[in-house]
Ligand binder design. Structure first.
Ligand SMILES: [Fe+2]
Ligand SMILES: [Fe+2]
Length: 286
């Protein structure tokens, strides 16, 4: 029986990433899966350093880190750099211990069928675009990213590929619509209702509807997602009378303005194998 540590948004927060690697080791996990906004910012030096530091720590702890893309990960560059470097399970090998699950990726660990569908809409899209435009007009100015100052140019703060298109999702589901036990997404599905939801903007809804479509096609027992930066559990219906439990995970502390933040809300220990049949589906916890 294996165990997998599922974790929420990291946003390139090295300290939080290292703490969760230690948590994985403590919990006896040799794998972590991050549900987006991981911090894939290899277009800037601090982003590349983050990958190096996380990879080194992961190697030291004997833990492999997998992630899907959030709206704040530069997915186009991940594909450009690593599309040709696929491992035996089809993940893109970014570093020896860091692997990316592209949209629609399917794989099996410990007899458990997984699927990953990244992407989401950025509610601060316009602010990021404005910032890019303002800074492009002042090429000598630098924006502070973590500990370094780096130039802001077009494509460095907002990424046009941030969410799936309907056509992209159609193609992915047409290619494989077989059931999954566990679904990883960055965005929430349309039908889940957290008590706290910072993504109510109307422009967020089309992608939430896409995630709902994925749920109603794959009928997962559990869906894990990030993006809301809020820990909650809910239950939705995936059609055919089958419930899907939804687990929203909290993010790193710097992205969590809530005073009731607890680091333990940013991870979930998933025992494997896990399926609707073997685990039963606990009903909604609230
Ligand atoms: Fe996030
Ligand atoms: Fe996000």
């Amino acid at each position: 029986m294996g165990k997998l540590l599922v974790i929420g948004d990291l946003h390139g927060n090295t300290g939080h990433a290292l703490a969760l690697l230690r948590e994985a080791k403590k919990q006896g996990c040799d794998r972590i899966f991050a549900v987006g906004d991981f911090g894939a910012w290899e277009h800037v030096p601090s982003g590349r350093r983050y990958f190096e530091v996380v990879n080194k720590a992961a190697r030291r702890e004997g833990v492999r880190v997998y992630f899907l893309d959030g709206n704040h990960d530069k997915t186009s560059l991940i594909h450009e750099l690593y599309d040709e470097k696929r491992d035996d399970e089809g993940f893109l090998t970014c570093r020896s211990h860091i692997r990316y699950a592209p949209r629609g990726h399917r794989w099996t660990w410990d007899d458990t069928r997984f699927a990953a569908f990244g992407g989401a809409y950025s509610v601060d899209k316009q602010r990021r675009l404005d910032w890019e435009a303002q800074r492009a007009a002042k090429p000598n100015e630098r924006r502070r990213y973590g500990t370094s100052r780096e130039r802001v140019t077009a494509g460095s703060l907002w990424f046009p590929e941030e969410q799936m298109t309907d056509a992209e999702l159609d193609a992915l589901l047409e290619a494989d619509s077989s059931p999954a036990d566990i679904l990883f997404t960055h965005d929430k599905p349309r039908d889940s209702h957290p008590d706290f939801n910072r993504k109510k903007h109307p422009d967020c809804l089309p992608n939430q509807a896409r995630i709902q479509r994925v749920v109603e096609t794959l009928h997962p027992a559990v869906l894990f997602h990030g993006h809301l930066h809020y820990r909650y559990t809910d239950q939705i219906w995936s059609g055919e009378g089958k419930p899907t439990r939804v687990e929203g995970l909290a993010a790193d502390p710097d992205a969590s303005p809530r005073s009731d933040y607890h680091r333990d809300d940013s991870w979930y220990l998933l025992p494997l194998p896990y399926s609707r049949e073997t685990a039963g589906i606990p009903l909604a916890a609230r």
